[in-house]
Design a protein around this ligand. Structure first.
Ligand SMILES: Nc1ncnc2c1ncn2[C@@H]1O[C@H](COP(=O)(O)OP(=O)(O)O)[C@@H](O)[C@H]1O
Ligand SMILES: [Mg+2]
Length: 228
């Protein structure tokens, strides 16, 4: 079985000016198998978001090797990376990141516009798929709404539908319940487990100990993962 994510000796250094550098990751190793549900925990500033950005191919490691779904990231061109992100990765953020001027349905349909030519489908099929994903997150009755009319929990469910729309290999979620009350959090976590049970790998960063049951917990500190 290929690993969904394999990071070997990952270093990430930020230059913050005047010759000062921050070492956010210090030789971190990570393996994620297909079908896992991973929770990444650790103090603020320990490198969690940096790691998620690398795994999402949104940023490059300073040193080390990273494979996503068996493909070596450093040997991919910018356009190959864009295609890989669109086709293999679903992103969920603490702040939802929905497009305010688009309806719920159009927000979910949007990532399908980035598919490569061989996977691209017509608008009618895209809308159908978007609606299917909105049914999965139980928002069939909110398709024509603008995000501003929704509760936080509903907005995050839209973001989950959007993350699912291209049948991703894995979902990256950075503090997905950080802005939600405990009932809405519960709902989001149940949904992520449902998606995971259907076969999608989930990698989540969180502070919240209430939501990490039945996941594999990775603790990160000072840019490395602590032994399990
Ligand atoms: N874009 C950046 N430029 C400079 N320093 C950064 C940047 N992003 C993160 N850092 C620094 O890297 C370290 C790890 O940050 P981060 O990955 O955001 O941690 P976490 O998500 O665990 O709170 C921190 O010291 C942070 O200040
Ligand atoms: Mg963070």
């Amino acid at each position: 079985m290929t690993n969904v994510v394999l990071g070997k000796e990952l270093w990430k250094r930020y230059n913050i000016g005047e010759g000062i550098q921050v070492h956010a990751l210090r030789g971190l190793n990570i393996t994620v198998d297909e079908g896992e549900f991973i929770s990444i925990m650790g103090p603020s500033g320990s490198g969690k978001s940096t790691l998620l950005n690398l795994i999402g191919a949104l940023d490059n490691p300073t040193k080390g090797e990273l494979f996503i779904d068996g493909e070596k990231i450093s040997s991919m061109s910018e356009s190959e990376l864009t295609k890989m992100r669109a086709e293999k990765i679903g992103f969920i953020f603490q702040t939802f990141n929905l497009l305010p001027a688009l309806t719920v349905r159009d927000n979910v349909e949007f990532p399908m516009r980035n598919l490569s030519r061989d996977k691209k489908v017509d608008k009618i099929s895209r809308i159908k798929r978007a609606e299917e994903c909105l049914e999965i997150v139980d928002l069939g009755h909110r398709m024509d709404y603008l995000p501003a009319k929704l509760s936080g929990g509903e907005r995050q469910r839209v973001a989950i539908a959007r993350a699912l729309v291209n049948h991703p290999k894995f979902i990256l979620a950075d503090e997905p319940t950080g802005n939600l009350d405990s009932e809405a959090s519960d709902n989001i976590i149940k949904l992520l487990h449902h998606i995971n049970n259907e076969g999608t790998t989930v990698i989540m960063v969180t502070h919240d100990k209430e939501i990490i049951n039945n996941t594999r917990i990775l603790k990160i500190r000072d840019g490395v993962i602590e032994p399990e």
